[in-house]
Design a protein around this ligand. Structure first.
Ligand SMILES: [Zn+2]
Length: 153
């Protein structure tokens, strides 16, 4: 057996799965998983661990100073053009700062120039846009699009 085959056999064992789960649930595993998600969303940082620490210990929104809750969760705010980290915000502030006249739905905002709702999302490096006057239709479109392109491979 070569290394690849050994790995393949090994990766299916319960012992290996348990070790993986233990790692994922550990503070280091949690941190790395979070950082991986941020990188995937385009966040660029010189020191990701430093930002993670700031994120981890942040209990109040940098903008409105409210305490995070289940309904108003902690969000990572970054500049969508440069990818650079800006703030740690509550969900409400994050939505409002990133768009004018927010729909309350992430990635859907009112486009003043076109007089339309605009859905804009960058997935795997590709930017996708869709416009509609019908917000409900666009919400459904977003759901289907993301199901197809994010949650499946
Ligand atoms: Zn806030």
């Amino acid at each position: 057996m070569n290394r690849k085959e050994i790995y393949k056999k090994h990766s299916k064992t319960d012992k290996y799965k348990a070790t993986q789960k233990k790692y994922r649930d550990s503070p280091k595993g949690q941190m790395n998983s979070k950082i991986r998600k941020w990188k995937h969303r385009g966040l660029i940082a010189i020191n990701y661990k430093l930002i993670y620490d700031k994120w981890y210990y942040s209990s109040h929104c940098d903008n409105c100073k409210c305490e995070y809750s289940k309904d108003n969760v902690k969000c990572m705010d970054h500049d969508h053009d440069t990818g650079l980290f800006r703030n740690i915000l509550c969900n409400i502030c994050n939505l409002n700062l990133n768009s004018d006249n927010t729909s309350g739905i992430p990635n859907i905002s009112w486009n003043k120039h076109d007089n339309n709702w605009e859905y804009c999302r960058k997935i795997k490096g590709k930017r996708h846009r869709k416009y509609s006057k019908d917000l409900e239709w666009l919400k459904n479109y977003k759901k289907e699009y993301e199901l197809k392109h994010i949650y499946t491979n």
